[in-house]
Design a protein around this ligand. Structure first.
Ligand code: CAA
Ligand code: NAP
Length: 247
């Protein structure tokens, strides 16, 4: 197989770690993009090495900040070469019923979860098109598809991710670049563990499979969409939510 260079944002979080690992298992060179304020980078790199993933290339940047992303992507290309596979995974929640939601909570979630796709994708999409090959995989959410009380900001951003995916897929379809989204249900990561236990229990009870997703289940779906043989799949949203919601 051709070895591709993959860059994953939010790489050192719960889903990001699994995505990096699954892409590495598929034979890709992986650039692990992390938040500059994340202070466990060295420990994370050591853990990955101990788990057999010795070649991750760390780069730092705030996905919500265009200048920071430009510097990060230049660093990534200098260290790893041109990016063939981009996984827009970094994200946050700031849940509150809309009546109580502050404008800062709206802005933070829209900037980090949606405007970040402009900032990061802009650095690679035209170059992928010029080379005639690329994979852009955007992590949306079941709550962007169905909406979720307490998450007007997050549901709006994650629905926006799907619209962005469909539009860019059309623009790049002739160029050998696919653009797809994954809409996971609730996955066992620190983002979900922030939910009050009694509320989380109610959510798990409402999932037909009666469990949270494992991060590696989402990582595997990313590797699938990044594969050569996924070349005819574009503009799609892969729902994987244990049966919680179908479109
Ligand atoms: N639908 C409608 N109304 C609801 C509701 C629901 N699902 N849940 C709560 N409410 C109502 C209550 O009935 C109550 O109404 P009254 O005031 O009229 O009695 C009101 O909301 C309670 O509001 P509060 O602001 O007092 O609630 P709170 O601050 O204690 O909790 C919350 C609000 C933080 C949003 C909490 O409900 C919560 O955590 N909900 C879960 C949200 C969620 O699923 N987040 C996912 C995070 S992980 C993630 O996002 C990953 C992913 O992609 C899946
Ligand atoms: P997580 O463990 O909290 O990971 C999120 C990662 O994003 C963290 O590494 C975080 O870094 C990084 N990040 C946040 N803001 C950033 C910024 N401005 N710049 C750069 N990096 C930033 O959560 P997760 O569950 O793995 O979430 C990954 C993605 O999956 C998110 O887009 C999330 O919305 C989506 N998702 C999650 C679930 C779920 O149930 N867990 C379901 C559907 C979709 P720091 O921690 O250093 O800030």
């Amino acid at each position: 197989m051709t070895q591709r260079v993959a860059l994953v944002t939010g790489a050192m979080g719960g889903l990001g770690t699994a995505i990096c690992q699954e892409l590495a298992k598929a034979g890709h060179k992986v650039v692990a993009a992390y938040h500059p304020q994340f202070d466990n980078k060295d420990a994370w790199m050591q853990e990955q090495e101990a788990a057999g993933f010795k070649d991750f290339i760390p780069v730092a940047g705030d996905v919500a900040d265009l200048a920071s992303v430009q510097a990060m992507m230049a660093d990534a290309e200098a260290k790893a070469g041109a990016i063939d596979i981009l996984v827009n995974n970094a994200g946050i929640t700031s849940d509150k019923m809309f009546a109580k939601m502050e404008r800062e909570q709206w802005d933070a979630v829209i900037n980090t979860n949606l405007s970040s796709l402009f900032n990061v994708t802009k650095q690679v999409s035209a170059k992928m098109a010029e080379r005639g090959w690329g994979r852009i995989i955007n992590i949306s959410s079941v709550n962007g598809v169905k909406g979720q009380a307490g998450q007007a900001n997050y549901s709006a951003a994650k629905a926006g991710v799907i619209g962005f995916t469909k539009a860019l897929a059309q623009e790049l379809a002739k160029k050998g670049v696919t653009v797809n989204a994954i809409a996971p249900g609730y996955v066992a990561t620190k983002m979900v563990m922030k939910i009050k236990p009694e509320i989380l229990q109610g959510i798990v009870d409402s999932v037909p499979m009666k469990r949270l997703a494992k991060p590696e289940e989402v990582g595997f779906a990313v590797a699938f969409l990044a594969d050569e043989l996924s070349g005819f799949t574009t503009g799609a949203t892969l729902n994987m939510n244990g049966g919680l919601y179908y479109q």
